[in-house]
Design a protein around this ligand. Sequence first.
Ligand SMILES: [Zn+2]
Ligand SMILES: [Zn+2]
Length: 352
Amino acid sequence: MKAIRLYEAGHLELNDVPVPEIGDHELLVKVRAASICGTDVRMWKSGAAHASKEHPLILGHEFAGDIAKVGAAVKGYAAGDRVSVAPNIGCGHCDACVSGNTHLCDDMQAFGVTMDGGFAEYVRIPENAIVQGNISKLGDAISYEAAALVEPLSCVYNGQTLLGIRPGDDVLLIGLGPIGIMHIMTARILGAGKIYVNDLSEERIEQACRLLPGVLPIHGDVKEGIKQYGIKGVDVCIIAAPAADAQAASLEYMNMNGKLLFFGGLPDHKKIVPINTNLLHYKQLTIQGCTRQSISEYRKCAKLVDDGRIPLDLIMSDAYSIEDFETAFANAAAAKGLKHVFRFDGAGSENV
Ligand SMILES: [Zn+2]
Ligand SMILES: [Zn+2]
């Protein structure tokens, strides 16, 4: 089968590798769609702990497909089932795992990060992923492409439910890449009031206004922009960009009792951000962080998409065959469009 493997920093290759063998307690998934994430781009540029010249790693943690083979001892799944795969697998027995937070496990494994992932025609699903519920059967309405995007959507959902947006809260969204767009879609589901949007790129502001009519653009200086809309501040601010300056400035945009979500990591050399803690104190603000998603959140998001409540298909701007991986990665790295998705045709699953 064809697979995109990371060897070391800057070195990706399309390789022909054997289709994985599965044991009695495992599944084989035929991948139908897999999307490129900022994490994949970072791993390509900087290398990764679990990829080396000797042991290249198949990337891809956002993917969906069909079950191609079912191990003799596996119950509840059948060949041909349409499924998506939540990537993070816990140890199963630590305090985080037993509380349902397998994504917060210290010994977490993840498809495409610590083990072979979805940028390949087939993926072996180990037993612990099956018993923890990482494999979700898809509804009839959701496309494979949208199902692949449920992973980042559920990271967004995790952040916003931790944050606790209340109906009518005015929200400011800074950073209008695919994650920012998903934040807007999710905030609407949660009953947000007005949604103001800002990005350094005018093109991205226009794109957000086009995809999600009704959002209110702020161009240039954010504080000034808020004033021009005739309000003093916002109830919620979400920073969906790796921008230390934006994080530091965001406390100034807030109403009393405001809540901020700093979504996504910063580069190592920028991770210490000076913030005005007097604003935090006197405005009684809350700053929330978040990472990954629980299996339960993942499944809820898959349902929201299947029910047509969150139109994730809007976010897929470009589709590629796996042979065009260089173009796909270059476009993702250049932040062209929104989500870049590999599509695999259905052929081949009969011949495994
Ligand atoms: Zn991702
Ligand atoms: Zn654990």
